[in-house]
Design a protein around this ligand. Structure first.
Ligand SMILES: C[S@@+](CC[C@H](N)C(=O)[O-])C[C@H]1O[C@@H](n2cnc3c(N)ncnc32)[C@H](O)[C@@H]1O
Length: 267
């Protein structure tokens, strides 16, 4: 995500636009205007953002309570507000958040203060080694590598090379038995849809490129990670949404699955 307009209240930032779409209040008037433009063209954008965030909450519970990971490392985390990972995990689970946006990091540290077992670092999800080889992170982990890893709500902003590199690096870094919760964001959207094109244009004007791709392309890029038996779950199914909740223009722009899939990938 571009860094130059992050703290500038006169220019919209994709991170703050997302916050507005989620119903948050860490955004400026310019962000709200851009978000409203997106909503006008793609009315499903607000629901889509909340679907992604609800799925992330499930992941926090699944990884910590059901699968027993006591360390969760989350990339491109956004703000650690009430609905983010550390609120949902089982007590005693360590959560290491990260984000490339320095303002998010600053706000995040202010929100977290001295919350025990929760950390927030500035790091680029395109290069997971940036976070994992930080001396502070190595110290916190103390050699633990059987962990839950999370890339949620970020992959449509990453190039093919970025995803392939991150997947390979994390696979080599993590211990066997680790789990990588991955959101194939925007998989199978129709890149030719005029509304989607306009939406992508709004993001481009904010300096943010987007990379729509098919689920099959995502699966190739994520190798050698393989999904568990549930496979890639459409976002709509994740929360039992009916396709009928989408308008015609939403299906055309987001695809019949609601704009993406999520999976638990296993090493
Ligand atoms: C759409 S939000 C996703 C937040 C959260 N993971 C979720 O699913 O609700 C995207 C976040 O990714 C951050 N971001 C964008 N590009 C990034 C990158 N290359 N590395 C790390 N963070 C990035 C933004 O600053 C923003 O906070």
């Amino acid at each position: 995500m571009p860094q130059d307009n992050i703290a500038d209240p006169s220019k919209p930032s994709p991170g703050r636009v997302y916050d507005y779409l989620l119903g948050g209040n860490h955004n400026f008037e310019v962000d709200r205007q851009s978000a409203e433009q997106v909503l006008k063209i793609m009315p499903f954008a607000g629901k889509f953002s909340r679907l992604q965030r609800w799925a992330l909450q499930d992941i926090a519970v699944e990884l910590s309570e059901r699968r027993g990971y006591d360390v969760i490392i989350d990339f491109a985390s956004g703000l650690p507000t009430m609905d983010n990972v550390h609120y949902k995990v089982q007590k005693g689970t360590m959560v290491i958040y990260s984000d490339s946006d320095p303002v998010v990091v600053e706000y995040a540290r202010d929100i977290l203060k001295d919350t025990s077992d929760v950390y927030f670092f500035q790091a680029d999800a395109r290069h997971p080694e940036e976070l994992l080889s930080r001396p502070e992170v190595e110290k916190i982990l103390a050699g633990r590598r059987k962990v839950g890893l999370v890339y949620w709500g970020i992959s449509v902003f990453l190039s093919d090379n970025d995803i392939a590199h991150a997947a390979r690096y994390l696979y080599d870094w993590a211990a066997p038995g680790s789990c990588f919760a991955f959101n194939a964001q925007g998989a199978d959207v129709n890149p030719e849809d005029p509304a989607l094109k306009q939406g992508m244009e709004i993001y481009k004007r904010m300096g943010q490129d987007t990379f729509p791709r098919s689920l099959k392309e995502y699966q190739e890029l994520l190798k050698p990670w393989q999904p568990d038996a549930q496979g890639f779950i459409p976002l709509l199914e994740w929360h039992g949404f009916e396709q009928s909740e989408l308008g015609k223009e939403d299906v055309a722009a987001y695809g019949p699955m609601g704009g993406g899939y999520g999976a638990y990938l296993i090493k």
